[in-house]
Design a protein. Sequence first.
Length: 640
Amino acid sequence: MVGSLVPFVKNKTRIDELKATGRLPSPTGVALAVLRLTQDPNTTVEQLSQVLKCDPALSGRILKYANTAGTCAGRPAASVTEAAIRIGVYRGSQIALGFSLLSSYRNSPCRKFDYDGFWSQSLATAVSAQMLSSAIKSANADEAFSFGLLCQIGRLALATIHPDRYTEVLAAAGASQEEQLCRLEREEFALDHNDLTAAMLEDWGLPAVFVEAARCQEDPAGSGLDPVSRDSRLATLLHVARHMSAVCRAEDALRPPLLSALDAHAGEAGLDPAGLAEMLGTAAGEWRRLGRLLGVPTTKTHEEKIAQAGRDDARAGAEPKDPERMRILVVDDDPALLDFIGALLQHEGHAVETAPGAETALRRALESNPQFIVTDWMMPGMTGVQLCKALRQSEQTKSIYVIMLTACEDESHLVEAFDAGADDYVVKPFNPRAFLARVRAARRIVNLQEQVARDKEEIKHYAAELSVANRKLERAALTDPLTGLANRRYALERLEQEWSTAIRYGRPIACMIVDIDHFKAVNDTHGHDAGDLVLQQTAQILRENVRRSDVVCRFGGEEFLVICKDTNEQGVRTVAEHVRAKVEAGFFEVAGVRGHVEVSIGVAARAAATISTKLLLKAADRALYAAKAGGRNRICVAQE
């Protein structure tokens, strides 16, 4: 979208607004602590591994990743410390971030968003990017993996923050192209998922080249980035990796056109077709293997898709759950006691699941998310106290109500249980009636917690709506209502931003001021309605005939400003001539009378003597006056 206002809206402001909703996908406490650790250049691998160990689920995923075929050399890593040494501090933090989000955001009320499909595609993209990193030199294998895993996180964010509205957007988009989805997102939310992805990556501290590559991943060639720059190569890597992931996930009958598209994009990136085919086969195998390890589905049969659709419909129309019924997990190594407690709770109407040990219980707690856990203290392997500590350290399970069972009743044991995070403490043998009374008390607390959570969700909903309204107001304040282009205020601010980027990275930048010739005569002869029509049609011609990376603005009256980043004098002159010819060939028609207009264009590019945007605009303005003085309907280039 030429002249889009979205990329300029400052990421910090946008992220702060979305954080205020409380729904923005965020890493767990442990992953966030890891990210903060990596901001200190003196952080050691030992410090990283100590923090990772605080989240058993996350550390398990890191260990599995370290032992994958793509990263494992020699014997498998047997501990989190070994895994951290193998991956490294910085790359380990990025991978921890991705896996943290993967485990925490697996479902939501957004009915049209396929969460399993999203993570399956993200994992396939991550593995494909890892494979491509050796051919498209822009990132090492681990960086490419984590970047691929996070490159579409903006879609997950929109589904999480605005579940109902994003359901409508996805329904309207259907199976259309990515560009159509982005357009609908911008109309509804005043930003699209690529802009949101870039803003989130920047907020999480990823390097600027990753942020820019994420923003331009849909169309690297048309982004205006320097093709040899690292951010352009990263965007190309992502673009090809996403096409590879689409082939991996497609059914056999749908693969031929996807393979053709992949070959075309890979060819543009200079990849060898034979090498790509081998890489694709390796990536598909690694994706399926890693999917099994991480619990991410890599296949879904037709019957499963139908069943999933039925579950989605049922969830959409489900009645409110019975507040008296709880999902309870009972943990004990004594089968007789396990059966007794299970039967007791089932008789009270609760949904009961059992586990013969703490390790199994931790895994099931992560999978089934119980509201309430009853666990014995002394068990082989992991004890009930260790289980309780592990539950409290994981974002997903930290709020589960826990009753600890033990044969010890001295004060030191009581203190230890509560310090570990237990909510209640029952001494064995216990009176069933007294035990059930404690369960009923726990149920009241759980119900109150869930009511508070529902109230928070309502507040988050209003905050999300307010965030969208604020973005739309900001966009309106920067938009010319007649032409739909960015206005003068936006033009000056955006030019400053692009100028700073050009100076920082030593890139060229240019601009052109386009002025409609004899515009006053159009108004005087045909009326102001005709003048408005001419302005609208000229704006449309500019939109359609500049490059995707160019920014078109209405500068005032009959003047337009086009900002051309990464463009030298010859490049902007070519664009200007194309625009001039298109306007000259067009016409307008009012009350059956046809007329046409022409434009004069002043062009200026950054040079040694041009040390500010003010001087650049002055140079373009002088060139415009020279074009007017030279007979109009022509282009003049500012001279140093």
